[in-house]
Write a protein that binds this ligand. Structure first.
Ligand SMILES: [Zn+2]
Length: 123
């Protein structure tokens, strides 16, 4: 299962971030899965929940959202969300477009227990 190794890699990011918050508990993690990443959200969520259960923070919530595909036109710079399988630029018609979001997996943020429940970004 591809998602298990992805979940492990993601969890290592969580642990690295949590090591900067010694003694605090992880309350929740937000993960974005690109709509075109080929990653199965349910499998990933399941794997992350298993990893959380084995950790110091077994109650940590796993929140997953799907990130829509976003393209950028290399000719005119227009960013757009392609409709259907139309990947050409809607502004200038160029076929030279590249995905800038929606094709990968990202740890977006962690909710870490604090006095005033602030959110930390891993980046
Ligand atoms: Zn264009």
């Amino acid at each position: 299962m591809h998602e298990v190794s992805l979940a492990r890699a993601l969890w290592r990011q969580v642990e690295a971030e949590m090591s900067r918050h010694a003694g605090r508990r992880l309350l929740a993690m937000d993960v974005a899965i690109g709509a075109f990443s080929g990653i199965e959200a349910e499998s990933l969520e399941f794997a992350l929940r298993l990893l959380a259960r084995e950790s110091d923070c077994p109650d940590a919530e796993v929140r997953i959202r799907t990130e829509p595909l976003t393209m950028v036109c290399t000719a005119c710079g227009r960013e757009f969300a392609p409709e259907g399988f139309q990947l050409a630029c809607p502004a200038c018609g160029s076929a030279e477009t590249d995905p800038i979001a929606g094709t990968d997996l990202r740890l977006e943020s962690l909710d870490v227990e604090t006095d005033n429940a602030e959110t930390h970004s891993p980046r």
